[in-house]
Design a protein around this ligand. Structure first.
Ligand code: B12
Ligand code: SF4
Length: 516
């Protein structure tokens, strides 16, 4: 007979204990869908589930029942060190541990050192196999992955048992996570979805979820977790229009500019789309994604700005995403063009990501590893801003940091913040932009980048790490991890600060998939 298991599921939103106001207000809204899905699947099999969305305020150990058999941890790479420490502690108490999520997809070999199971693409069958086996696998955990992304996932109604307590942790704004599709038809070579086929998920389920949500909140807010929302635009909008009274749910979504045309914007506005996060990425490449065709440089800035301003006539909040440090960037021009964009589209909030190679996430990462350009910054800093783990092609690190400091200062100057606020019509989204600017994202990053730049100039050992002359992680970074992990630092296994930055390259010749 099948054994009934006591299962713990932890969604690591925070990478350590925190008291930050931003974390208190927003972290529960950054929760992932898959840990909730896992909860549904485990209960369907008759097991008992304890679910924790870790926002940095919970005591993880106290919240887990002492007799838990197996704990699944969902982690981004930025939470890897926390996940490793936690796994070590849980194993010391006799529990089996499993990890899934972006970190497990990107760095499976490293995670296998610290977990009994490491899961890539995860469907119900894979989870059932793990639960059936449920035994220690040490020193090297088992890696298991479905061949593709699952064809369907439990919706909001089924996940509600896990969504509700998570939403209770969000005191002001509550954003319910949903998915309309998985994968993306575009093939941006730096992206984790470049090779994941696009799949529209079940629209009937989506409609049922809207009906359900409207019974739970007066005016629900939905955050779409689709990598690119609205690829099948008419199908999605028809589904919304069929069951949601006009403009009665607020939606937030990440869509490419090619989807955000004026006729589409009119329809999005009618249906309550309040916040959009299009990716511009660079002024030199990826024209298919932004519909800018062959347009590059200043021409692309003008064309994109015009479109962004049009979009903002319909949706009050817009974050325009950029990747800094791509190989196509050279000299001051890319940075000056972004400043020009800020002048031309003052209402948009620019979201910058330093080019990062997340292990085996993207096809381009193999090239970086072949060229020996990946620097083994501890995972804790791989959040698109804490560190850039690729040696830039056309800049020295000091020049690059000079330029990103200059651009960040320009973006969050008093003048730019005030213009953005005015353009946002002094609204709640406008206030959120101001808070983001004067807290971690604006001023916080200027401080961090400036510290890094100073250390590059004054500390030889620090610079040697950037120049790949040593693998010894600078004290600056070690101390930060120590501080962020708090009490869990003592549980971080020896060597867990380091990783093999070329593991992907080494693994391509060895088959990785093993049956459980
Ligand atoms: C939606 C999204 C967000 C949303 C929602 C985040 C969330 N909690 O899910 C928001 C905007 C909040 C966000 C924020 C961030 N994001 Co984000 N985000 C995405 C995006 C576009 C889609 C992810 C998604 O939900 N896919 C659909 C699901 C079903 O598929 P999946 O993620 O592949 O999951 C499969 C498996 O991994 C597995 N699985 C997933 N989770 C779990 C958990 C368990 C326990 C198990 C067993 C299995 C499992 O099952 C799934 C089915 O096969 C991806 C890029 C992309 N195109 O995928 C980036 C991505 C995941 N984000 C990324 C980053 C870096 C961030 C931020 C750090 C950015 C920042 N500086 O703030 C933050 C971190 C937030 C956090 N919670 O810690 C990186 C992660 C890289 C990495 N290795 O860590 C990605 C890959 C983008 C990139 N740069 O390449 N993000
Ligand atoms: S459009 Fe966005 S989600 Fe799609 S491949 Fe490009 S970066 Fe990834």
């Amino acid at each position: 007979m099948k054994k009934k298991l006591r299962i713990g599921i932890i969604d690591l939103v925070s990478k350590g204990p925190t008291k930050a106001l931003w974390a208190k207000v927003m972290f529960a809204n950054l929760a992932s869908i898959m840990p909730q899905v896992l909860g549904v699947w485990c209960e369907e099999e008759g097991h008992d589930v304890t679910f924790i969305c870790y926002t940095g305020f919970e005591n993880l150990i106290e919240e887990l029942p002492k007799d838990t058999d197996i704990v699944f941890i969902g982690a981004f790479t930025q939470s890897a060190q926390l996940a490793y420490a936690l796994s070590n502690l849980l194993r010391s108490k006799g529990m089996i541990t499993a990890i899934g999520g972006p970190h497990a997809r990107c760095y499976p070999q490293d995670a296998q050192k610290y977990f009994d199971y490491v899961l890539g693409f995860t469907d119900k069958e894979i989870v059932n196999q793990v639960l059936y086996d449920c035994s220690p696998h040490r020193p090297t955990g088992i890696y298991a992955s479905a061949r593709t992304q699952p064809a369907s996932l439990p919706g909001v109604k089924e996940r509600w048992k896990f969504i509700e307590p998570t939403m209770q942790k969000a005191p002001l704004i509550k954003i319910v996570p949903m998915l309309a599709s998985i994968g993306c038809p575009y093939t941006c070579s730096f992206c984790i979805d470049a090779e994941v086929p696009y799949q529209q998920l079940n629209l009937e389920l989506m409609k049922e979820d809207f009906r359900f949500l409207l019974t739970k909140y007066k005016r629900p807010r939905v955050g779409w977790h689709d990598p690119n929302f609205g690829i099948k635009f008419d199908d999605c909008m028809n589904a919304i229009e069929e069951v949601v009274p006009e403009d009665s749910i607020d939606f937030i979504g990440e869509s490419s500019l090619s989807i955000l045309t004026e006729p589409h914007m009119k329809r999005l506005k009618r249906n309550g789309f309040k916040a959009l996060l299009p990716g511009i990425e660079t002024w030199y490449d990826l024209g298919n994604k932004s519909k800018s065709g062959q347009n590059k440089g200043l021409d692309k800035v003008h064309q994109v700005s015009e479109q962004i301003n049009m979009i903002m006539n319909y949706a009050p909040y817009l974050q325009a995403n950029f990747v800094l440090g791509l190989d196509t960037d050279e000299g001051e021009e890319p940075f000056e063009l972004t400043k020009k964009f800020i002048d031309l589209s003052p209402g948009a909030f620019p979201g910058y990501s330093l080019l990062s190679a997340f292990g085996e996430a993207a096809p381009l990462n193999l090239e970086y590893q072949q060229q020996n350009r990946v620097i083994p910054f501890p995972f804790h800093f791989l959040d698109n801003n804490g560190a850039m783990n690729i040696k830039t092609k056309n800049y020295s690190f000091t020049e690059f940091y000079d330029r990103i400091i200059d651009l960040t200062k320009y973006t969050f100057s008093t003048r730019a913040i005030a213009r953005r606020f005015k353009q946002n019509k002094f609204s709640i989204p406008g206030w959120m932009n101001v808070v983001r600017a004067v807290s971690m994202e604006g001023y916080g990053r200027i401080k961090h980048f400036t510290q890094v730049k100073e250390l590059l100039e004054t500390d030889r050992k620090f610079r040697m790490f950037f120049e790949q002359e040593t693998d010894e992680v600078p004290e600056f970074y070690v101390n930060k991890i120590k501080k962020d992990l708090g009490d869990l630092w003592q549980w971080l296994p020896a060597g867990a600060i380091n990783h093999d930055q070329n593991a992907y390259l080494k693994s391509v010749s060895q088959p990785k998939l093993m049956a459980v």
